[in-house]
Design a protein. Structure first.
Lengths: 169, 174
């Protein structure tokens, strides 16, 4: 009788509401998103995180989606959190625009929206801008849900990227 | 039977970071890859944006002595000769001049506050760009990737082969 092959696993990289650092976990590829979510919740405790998104996903993944399908061939990052809209205000040149966003929306995607026609209609490429939360420059891969605590609105500032010039001799 | 020499805390910390989710995410997204690790030197291929005259990647060599308490010092590297990439081959702007962060303003290092050799050039400025407590190797890689992923970068004469070391990828066993 031949031995059963071990289940294939996927190294899942995921973010969590309110936590800046990413997590990673080897997970059998046929595990459902719902089982994965519950195991993360059991390990972390705290507020019930009832949804799993793929990075930049607008809506939670269906609970029966397998982890293999969720991360896909490109090893997409997942986001485990509370299904809710993040209320975001982005200020630029003295004006502010508002949108509601998925907690899995990345800072990079928010920058692209903020400089676009539905945002501030700014000139230049996304790569020339960055977002600040207070004095902190936000990394482009952060999910908005990682920045939020207790569902408070996010107030961000869109600024040009600082490019250090030559020091005075 | 001889055993491998013990790994120092700086090398151990770097090796853990290279297995961590932040590094793996950037690698999976195609923004960087580890080319070789021979501590204290780590070589990374950094993906560059498409330009009509420019390579798909640049090689970055980082000296990670004292990582992460001490900032790395790094430079764009020529894998063909295992030496600093000639300034004429580095990323340049529309006027053909080397982008300032890749000039040799302070020797063979990034001319940027994140580099430990260059940091003293801006003693009272750019604190948010400088290496600080909590930074990891991915902060350096994101910085360099961001310098390239900019409308300032127009071209580079560096050939694609310069981004590779002979026999790589190699990670010396700990």
């Amino acid at each position: 009788m031949s031995a059963k092959a071990p289940p294939q696993t996927v190294d899942v990289i995921f973010a969590i509401d309110g936590v800046r650092k990413l997590h990673q976990r080897a997970t059998p590829e046929k595990t459902t998103v719902e089982v994965f979510r519950k195991s993360v919740q059991a390990e972390l405790g705290g507020e019930e995180r009832d949804a799993v998104y793929v990075s930049d996903g607008a809506k939670p993944l269906p609970p029966r989606t397998t982890i293999a399908k969720a991360v896909g061939k490109d090893d997409a990052v997942l986001h485990v959190g509370v299904a809710h809209d993040v209320h975001v205000d982005v200020a630029f040149n003295g004006q502010s625009v508002h949108r509601d966003a998925s907690p899995a929306m990345t800072v990079r995607s928010l920058i692209a929206w903020a400089i676009g026609p539905k945002g501030h209609g700014a000139t230049g490429a996304s790569s020339d801008y960055q977002l600040k939360l207070g004095e902190e420059i936000l990394k482009p891969d952060l999910h908005l849900g990682q920045l939020v605590r207790d569902h408070e609105p996010l107030k961000l500032a869109l600024v040009f990227k600082v490019k250090p010039q030559g020091a005075a001799s | 039977m001889t055993s491998a020499p013990p790994v120092g805390p700086d090398e151990g910390a770097l090796r853990r970071a290279l297995q961590g989710p932040e590094f793996r995410r950037g690698a999976a997204q195609g923004r960087w890859a580890l080319e070789k690790l021979t501590f204290p030197y780590a070589y990374f291929r950094i993906t560059a944006p498409d330009r009509p005259a420019g390579p798909p990647q640049f090689l970055l060599r980082a000296d990670c002595t004292g990582y992460p308490a001490i900032a790395p010092t790094s430079a764009l590297w020529d894998g063909r000769t295992d030496s600093v990439l000639a300034e004429g081959l580095r990323p340049a702007g529309a006027n053909g001049a080397c982008l300032i962060s890749f000039t040799s303003g302070c020797g063979a290092c990034l001319y940027h506050p994140i580099d430990r050799m260059a940091r003293p050039h801006w003693p009272n400025a750019h604190h948010d760009l400088a290496w600080k407590l909590g930074f990891e190797i991915t902060d350096l890689l994101e910085c360099v990737h961001g310098l390239l992923d900019s409308s300032d970068y127009h071209r580079a004469s560096s050939p694609e082969a310069a981004a590779h070391l002979p026999g790589s990828p190699v990670v010396d066993a700990a």
